[in-house]
Design a protein around this ligand. Structure first.
Ligand code: ATP
Length: 383
C-alpha cells in the first residue's frame, strides 16, 4: 500500500467508527493531496453543507465516504523524503555583550518529520529557530538546505523556508481576501485561486471566520490564519515559534494533530520544527524532541532512554510528603521533590510503574494526576 492509500484507509477507519471530528479533517488532507480542482470543489461543497447541517452526522459520514471513494481513485504523486532537507552542524551563536551562548547544536530533519523544541524561558529556542530560518547570523557551524529545486535567491528561499514568529503582524481586509492575495502573488492560475483558498480555509477550521477581519479573530484563529497563509505557499520547511501559546488545552491538541497530518502530506511533505512550553503535548506527537538547556542541546536519544533505568513519576495529590514517604517506603523510594503542587518521585530500577499505582490505590491515597516521566524530557527540567 502506498502512502496515499494508507492515508485514505485511515480516513475510512475514522468514518466507520463514527469519529467524524478528526476523520473529516483527515479527509480534507487526502483531498488536498489530489491537487484535483473538481475534488476540491466537492470538498468545499461538503464543508458548506456540514456547517449548515451540524446535527446530521449520519448523512455527513455517508457523504464523506462518497467523497473519499472519489479521492481513492486519484493518483497522487509521492514526493521523496529520504534526504534531509535541513542540515545544521555545530551551530554556535553569541549576541554581542550578552552572556548567553547557543551551541554547538546540530539538527538534521527530513520532510514529513516533526521536531519539538523545548526548554525553559531564555534557553535559546527562538535564537535557534531564527538561525535555522536564516533570519539571524551565527558565529560558527554550517547550515545547508536540500530543496526540490535549488533556491537561487532570497525570495526563493523565503517560499521554501518559512518562519512564523510568536507575534505576528496585523493585517487588513477579510481573512479570505488576504489568502487570495497570497496565491495571486505566487502565480497560481486565476481560476484556481478561490478553490484553493476555500479548501485551505475548510482544512484549517476557518470556515465560519472567512469574512472576518484581524481584530475580530481570537489569537488561536489568528495563528490558524498564519498557518493557512503559509501553507498556501507550499513550504518545504516550516519553523514555528510557540504556535500553542494562547490556546486552550483542547485547541493545542487539535492544532498539533493538524500540523502533524499536514506535515505528512504525500505530495508536499513538510519538515516542521516547533518550539513550545507544552512539553507533554509536543512530546506525544514529535518524531524527536530537542531540549535546550543554557543554549546546549540535550538529546532525548534512544540510548539515553535505555540508560535511564530509574523510575521517575510525577504526581498531583493532596497527601503530605510524610504520607507519601510512608506509602512508598516498601518501593525503593530514592528521592522526592515537591515543586509547589506536584511531586516528582524517583524510585530504583526494580520498581515498576504499575507497582506504584497499585500501592497508591491500596493505601487510598487521593490522586488527581500521575504520569511516568522516566523517558520524558520532563526529567531534564528538574536538574
Ligand atoms: N538580540 C539580542 N541581543 C542580545 N541578547 C539576546 C537577543 N535576543 C535574545 N537574546 C538573549 O538570548 C537568550 C536566549 O533567548 P531566546 O529568545 O532565544 O530564548 P527562548 O528559549 O526562546 O526564550 P522564551 O521561551 O522566553 O521565548 C536570552 O538570554 C536573551 O536575553
Amino acid at each position: 500500500m502506498n502512502l496515499h492509500q494508507t492515508r485514505v484507509e485511515e480516513v475510512y477507519n475514522f468514518l466507520d467508527n463514527n469519529d467524524i471530528l478528526l476523520g473529516f479533517r483527515k479527509l480534507l488532507d487526502c483531498v488536498t493531496d489530489t491537487q484535483n480542482m473538481l475534488i476540491y470543489q466537492k470538498a468545499i461543497e461538503l464543508t458548506d453543507w456540514k456547517e449548515t447541517h451540524p446535527n446530521e452526522i449520519v448523512e455527513l459520514i455517508k457523504r464523506s465516504k462518497e467523497l473519499l471513494n472519489d479521492v481513492k481513485q486519484q493518483k497522487v504523486v509521492e514526493t521523496s523524503r529520504e534526504i534531509p532537507v535541513l542540515n545544521a552542524r555545530d551551530i554556535c551563536k553569541t549576541y554581542g555583550f550578552s552572556k548567553f551562548a547557543l551551541g554547538p547544536v546540530s539538527v538534521q530533519i527530513n520532510k514529513g518529520q516533526v521536531y519539538g523544541l523545548v526548554g525553559e524561558n531564555g534557553n535559546g529556542k527562538t535564537t535557534l529557530l531564527r538561525i535555522l530560518a536564516k533570519e539571524i547570523s551565527y558565529n560558527q557551524g554550517t547550515l545547508d538546505f536540500n530543496f526540490n529545486i535549488k533556491a537561487n535567491s532570497d525570495y526563493d528561499l523565503r517560499t521554501k523556508l518559512i518562519y512564523i514568529p510568536q507575534r505576528t503582524e496585523r493585517w487588513y481586509g477579510s481573512l479570505k481576501d488576504n489568502l487570495k492575495f497570497v496565491l495571486a502573488n505566487y502565480g497560481t492560475k486565476p481560476e484556481e485561486i478561490e478553490t484553493r483558498v476555500l479548501l485551505m480555509i475548510a482544512r484549517l477550521g476557518l470556515w465560519k471566520y472567512k469574512h472576518l477581519q484581524w481584530n475580530e479573530l481570537s489569537s488561536g484563529y489568528k495563528m490558524r490564519f498564519e498557518l493557512a497563509r503559509t501553507l498556501l505557499r507550499k513550504p518545504e520547511i516550516l519553523l514555528l515559534d510557540e504556535p500553542l501559546a494562547n490556546l486552550d488545552v483542547l485547541a493545542q491538541q487539535v492544532i498539533l494533530e493538524d500540523l502533524k497530518a499536514i506535515a505528512n502530506s504525500v505530495n508536499n511533505p513538510i519538515a516542521l520544527i516547533l518550539s513550545s512550553q507544552q512539553l507533554f503535548e509536543v512530546e506525544k506527537m514529535s518524531d524527536k524532541v530537542i531540549f535546550l538547556k543554557n543554549g546546549r542541546y540535550k538529546e532525548n536519544a534512544e540510548q539515553e532512554i535505555l540508560e535511564a533505568t530509574d523510575l521517575i513519576i510525577e504526581l498531583d495529590t493532596k497527601a503530605t510528603r510524610e504520607q507519601l514517604q510512608e506509602v512508598f517506603a516498601e518501593l525503593g523510594l530514592q528521592k522526592m521533590i515537591f515543586n509547589g503542587g506536584i511531586y516528582v518521585v524517583y524510585f530504583d530500577s526494580k520498581t515498576e510503574f504499575h507497582d506504584v499505582i497499585f500501592t497508591l490505590g491500596k493505601s487510598k491515597t487521593p490522586l488527581t494526576y500521575i504520569r511516568n516521566i522516566s523517558t520524558s524530557t520532563r526529567r531534564f527540567f528538574m536538574n
